[in-house]
Every structure is written in C-alpha cells, then in structure tokens.
Design a protein. Structure first.
Ligand code: SAM
Length: 276
C-alpha cells in the first residue's frame, strides 16, 4: 500500500507527497511535529500539517532569506533569527566571515531537537561556537533586546498560532528598536498569488516603520503557488542595490548569486500593483 501526505496549502487546494517512512510524529507544546521521508523531496519537516522545509528544496529559501540581507549590510556582525528551528538560516548566516554571533530564538525546543537528529544537513551549524540557541518567544526576545542586531531574520511558520504576532503591526516597531542604527530586517511574507491581502498588509506595516522597504520573490516548489515573497525593511542600505565591495564570494551556493540578488526584486506586474 502506498503512503501519502497531503498538505492543504489553502482551503481549496492541496499538495500531496508520496512518502517512504514517518521518522517522527509528536505533539509538542506548540504544534503537531512530523518528519517524514518522501520519494520526491527527501526528508521533510511538517508542522501542523504544513511542509516547512525539505532536503531537496530548502537551499532556495535558506540562501535567499540569509544572503540577501547579509550581503546588503556593510559588515554584519550580530544576527538574530526568530523561528528557524531547523537551523537552515543559521547555517547560511555563518558562511559570512564578518558574523561574530548568530542567535537563534525558536519557541519550540522540540523542533531543534528533532531537526538535529533527522535533518543534519540543515541543522549542522547549530553547534557552531558562534551560534547561540535560545528557546523562547521571539516577540518577547525582540522586546527585551534593544539596538543589538545588524540583521534580524524572521524565519517563522505561517501567520497563525504562535507566529501570528510575528507578522506586521507593533512587532515591526519592536524589530526596528532591536536593530542597530544601520540594521536590516527580513521576513518570509507568504504567497502573493493565493494570499495577496496578507502580503499587502505585512508589506505596508513594514513600510510604515522602515525608510527602505522592498519585497523580492523566490521559486520554492513546496510552498503554496511555488513562488514566495520576502519583505526587507532597512534603516539605511538599499537591498536591491547592494555594495559588494570588500565582500567575499561564498562557495557552494545553489540558488543565490549576485545577479539574482538584484533581479529577485524585479516583480511581476500583479505583485507590483499589490504593493502600490
Ligand atoms: N519556513 C521555514 C523554512 O522554509 O525553512 C521553516 C521555518 S521554522 C521551521 C519556523 C519556526 O518558527 C517553527 O519551528 C516554529 O516553532 C517557530 N515559531 C513560531 N512562532 C514563533 C515565535 N513566536 N517565536 C519563536 N519561534 C516561533
């Protein structure tokens, strides 16, 4: 008998994956956590029935959410990741030689524990001496740290449950205060094809706080619509036109390039119109 998991990505459309084996399935304090091994995408982390990251396509998301802000900032030293318990963003952040400290603030310790066991390719940098892991609510952590981080990456689940407060509103004002004077914020901000109002509202909330606010897209096969938005809020630097002078080239990347860095901000008209 074949085994399949089906992710209801939006109320009336789903993605279905044939799986070889369920490696973990447990109810944590915050969510239903599963790690399954799929035929097409390899092992995948699934939270509350939503595919978070897969061995086959995680490189797109983790490279773009990390290297866009870190190549934009002139010299990122301290970086905060809110969420990101799989460790993929931390792995990419620590490829930048200027980074002295990368803090991971993940609300659910079970995600870290299981990803360390079953997704080693993604979580491999969590034991790096420059990485500090804090298990707690990112909303509280950001509120309690002022003028501390050059880059803040909100690498969260979708805007409901524990992550609801991480999207827009007063949280972006808190992020602004938690950043240093030339800091940069980035968040995954959902699908403009299926959830245009969410993308528009979150972008407008960021634009109300940051002098430079831009959105870029990346191709992520396992996310609803396969085409995903990221919103960047910057106090000083323009993320679409970074100054690469003095920056090192990072070997082994599979999606991010200096050309796609700027090109990613060139949007299809329906997305441009959404942000007007
Ligand atoms: N979308 C990512 C990707 O593609 O790799 C995966 C993100 S990571 C698995 C999302 C994490 O955000 C989850 O582990 C979840 O526990 C965490 N999270 C949700 N709300 C949070 C909060 N308020 N503070 C800290 N972490 C939170």
């Amino acid at each position: 008998m074949d085994m399949w998991i089906s992710e209801a990505q939006i109320p009336n459309a789903a993605m279905t994956y044939k799986i070889k084996e369920t490696l973990v399935r447990r109810q944590t304090e915050f969510q239903d956590l599963a790690i399954v091994d799929s035929y097409e995408l390899g092992r995948m982390l699934v939270l509350d029935g939503i595919v978070q990251t897969t061995i086959k396509d995680e490189f797109v998301y983790h490279e773009m959410i990390s290297h866009i802000p870190l190549y934009t900032h002139s010299s990122p030293k301290k970086v905060l990741v809110v969420g990101g318990g799989d460790g993929g963003a931390i792995r990419e952040i620590l490829k930048h030689p200027t980074v002295e400290k990368a803090v991971l603030c993940e609300i659910d310790g079970a995600v870290i524990e299981e990803c360390k066991k079953h997704l080693k390719e993604i979580s491999c940098a969590l034991d790096d001496p420059r990485c500090e892991v804090f298990v707690g609510d990112g909303i509280k952590y950001v509120h309690e740290h002022k003028n501390e981080f050059d880059v803040i990456i909100v690498d969260s689940t979708d805007p409901f449950g524990a992550a609801e407060g991480l999207f827009g509103g007063s949280f972006y004002k808190e992020i602004y205060q938690c950043l240093t004077e030339d800091g940069i914020f980035i968040a995954q901000t959902e699908t403009p094809f299926y959830l245009p109002e969410v993308v528009k509202s979150v972008f407008n909330d960021a634009r109300d706080v940051f002098p430079v606010t831009k959105l870029f897209m990346a191709h992520i096969p396992t996310y609803p619509g396969g085409y995903w938005s990221f919103t960047v809020g910057s106090k000083k630097y323009d993320p679409e036109n970074p100054d690469f002078s003095g920056k090192v080239d990072i070997d082994g990347l599979k999606y991010y390039t200096k050309k796609i860095h700027s090109a990613a901000f060139t949007l299809p008209k329906y997305v441009e119109d959404l942000l007007k």
